[in-house]
Write a protein that binds this ligand. Structure first.
Ligand SMILES: C[S@@+](CC[C@H](N)C(=O)[O-])C[C@H]1O[C@@H](n2cnc3c(N)ncnc32)[C@H](O)[C@@H]1O
Length: 218
């Protein structure tokens, strides 16, 4: 029942929050800072697959000088995130309702300073590694839109996806650091912001895997 309710009136509810997202986000390619009213020197952090927006709303609030853009392909899910940001009046957080496949149409070469990928679908059961957001084709897209040596901060609950991702990063020449298979009991937990899925997995006793990967582009 709750799921049905959340899908009701999506266009009308999106319209109420119209200043948080863009009808034609591709027109902002190369121009995101200006389109969102931010200075040219400000950093852009992009979250891919933001879900219901706990992570991006909390991190944007904590870093008001950074421009946050959260991308999510599911319109009913992103609506929850947009409504959250709207209700909290977070000025530095904007949304794109699109698939990550389209990233090169959305951002210019080197336009993004950092990417977050949190608990993306592991695609283990149906064995479709090409759909994983850390598959090499996606890494090549990220390398293009990130500034030189820009970072991807990646978290997952899934061991198979984590092993796969470490291999993909390494094969594509990314520099790995801050790697752990138990983030919540690591030195990096203090600065960690938990996502919705992360909290759910932690409550089930599943350890969280995390790595920071720096782009090979110098
Ligand atoms: C398992 S959920 C995790 C949500 C959130 N990051 C969290 O940790 O709570 C994965 C999210 O990524 C989104 N997603 C998966 N593939 C995507 C893609 N190719 N482009 C954009 N979003 C995607 C899904 O719609 C879903 O909301």
């Amino acid at each position: 029942m709750a799921r049905q309710r959340s899908k009701k009136h999506i266009p009308e509810r999106m319209e109420i929050c119209h200043e948080r997202w863009f009808d034609a986000p591709m027109l902002n390619k190369g121009n995101w800072r200006q389109a969102c009213g931010f200075p040219e020197e400000c950093e852009i952090y992009l979250e891919i697959g933001c879900g219901k927006g706990k992570f991006c709303t909390e991190t944007a609030t904590a870093n008001p000088n950074v421009l946050y853009i959260a991308l999510e392909r599911d319109s009913s899910v992103i609506l929850s995130a947009i409504e959250k940001a709207h209700a909290l009046e977070i000025p530095n957080l904007f949304f794109i309702n699109a698939d990550a496949q389209l990233l090169e149409n959305l951002f210019d070469d080197g336009e993004v300073d950092r990417i977050y990928i949190n608990f993306c679908d592991p695609w283990t059961r149906r064995r479709k590694p090409k759909r994983r957001l850390t598959y090499k084709d996606f890494l090549n897209k990220y390398e293009m839109l990130l500034k030189p040596a820009g970072q991807i901060r990646f978290k997952t609950d899934n061991d198979e996806l984590f092993d796969f991702s470490l291999e993909e990063f390494s094969e594509c020449g990314w520099d790995l650091s801050e790697q752990t298979r138990d983030l919540h009991n690591s030195e990096w937990d203090g600065a960690n912001v938990r996502t919705e899925f992360e909290q759910k997995f932690a409550d089930q006793g599943i350890t969280i895997k995390r790595v920071v990967a720096a782009s090979p582009r110098k």
